[in-house]
Design a protein around this ligand. Structure first.
Ligand code: NAD
Length: 335
């Protein structure tokens, strides 16, 4: 089967990570990259809180110094754009690319504001092209194991879920302006919020206590999602840009068991807290999986049901409510 072709826009930290995954993708290959910074465009590798991207062979990749130049040369030639530009550029460039006839996989968050999210939904509808926001946890084998345990009830009902994402401040300059990045709430905590909502649905209310940090926004947070009903699980999400190293994780307390993900290891325990078996999971990389999934949707002409744009808009809406709550000293806000 012939692979689709992709051009990646924004060859910075996460751009390099995406680019390094194409060699392993079944459905799509990378043929072009674009960055407005000549040094980034020439760099064969990058280092982020995710680790090193590994060296890339760029010799056969076409390179462009602007989106305009790329669109002019690649329109009708390339199937999809992988958008890895800073958050404040997501809406503008994704709308442009959809209207230029490309399918668009965009890094999270979908956009900084709800009107921008709505403009994106409209651009996808009007262009007839597919758009998906790369909420990578929805493709993570570890988080999918948690989702399966909640769905199949093997440990009974979920009673409590604590999701956290701690790390150091990212180094690109634009992260130091919350109006451009959304602070740790929209940039970092959004991962866990989006996962929780994709698993449990929209909560009835939300609260977030926060400390302002280097972005000028809420960069140290502790949030609660309230679900209605006597048996509803207690759900928290926490995020920080003020730690020494990247350490995502979760704890899930079930009626008859317990799951813990810490230091890159997922463990399960039965109700007597003895190690329990989990179904074997493929240790595939979530970034490669999300790229392949989107390319497969493009190839088959079907909407990306695992991560619909409407659902990622909902996550942005709830993250904005978390910021509203933080600004009110952590008051509950109806969701
Ligand atoms: N899913 C994840 O795990 C994850 C991890 C990190 C970052 N992200 C998201 O990815 C996005 C990029 O983050 P990053 O840390 O890689 O940023 P970065 O600053 O390292 O890289 C962004 C790159 O885009 C380039 N760029 C800026 N404007 C451009 C334009 N108009 N056209 C072409 N190139 C342009 C910059 O020169 C830079 O090289 C952000 O939205 C961030 O939230 C996601």
């Amino acid at each position: 089967m012939k692979k689709l072709t992709c051009a990646l826009v924004g060859f910075g930290g996460i751009g390099h990570h995406h680019a390094s995954r194409y060699a392993h993708c079944r459905n799509v290959r990378l043929v072009a990259i674009c960055d407005i910074d000549p040094a980034r465009l020439a760099a064969a590798e990058s280092e982020t809180n995710l680790g090193g991207s590994g060296a890339l062979d760029l010799s056969k990749i076409r390179r462009y110094a602007s989106y305009d130049a790329l669109a002019k040369a690649e329109r009708g030639r390339v199937d999809m754009i992988d958008l890895c530009v800073p958050t404040y550029e997501h809406a503008r460039l994704a709308c442009r690319a959809l209207r230029d006839g490309f399918h668009v996989l965009s890094e999270k968050p979908m956009a900084l504001t709800l009107p921008q999210c709505d403009a994106l939904l409209a651009a996808a509808r009007e262009s007839g092209r597919l758009h998906m926001v790369a909420q990578c946890l929805r493709f993570s084998p570890v988080y999918e194991t948690l989702r399966a345990a909640v769905r199949d009830g093997r440990f009974g009902a979920l009673r409590r879920l604590d999701l956290r994402r701690f790390g150091a401040m990212p180094w690109s300059k634009w992260y130091y302006d919350h109006r451009k990045c959304g602070g740790a709430v929209l940039d970092l905590q959004l991962h866990d919020l989006d996962f929780a909502v994709s698993l449990l649905g929209t909560p009835a209310a939300i609260r977030c206590e926060g400390l302002r940090g280097p972005s000028g926004g809420w960069d140290e947070t502790a949030s609660r999602l309230r679900y209605p009903g006597p048996k509803a699980p207690l759900v928290t999400t926490e995020a920080s840009w003020l730690r020494a190293r990247f350490s995502p994780g979760f704890e899930a307390v079930f009626e008859h068991g317990y799951l813990e993900y810490a230091n890159g290891t997922l463990e399960a325990f039965d109700e007597r807290r003895r190690p329990a078996k989990l179904p074997a999971r493929k240790d595939a990389d979530m970034y490669g999986l999300e790229i392949d999934y989107f390319a497969d949707c493009v190839r088959r002409g079907v909407r990306p049901e695992r991560c619909l744009p409407e659902s990622t808009r909902e996550s942005v809406r709830l993250a904005l409510l978390q910021m509203k709550s933080a600004a009110r000293g952590g008051a509950w806000v109806k969701a």
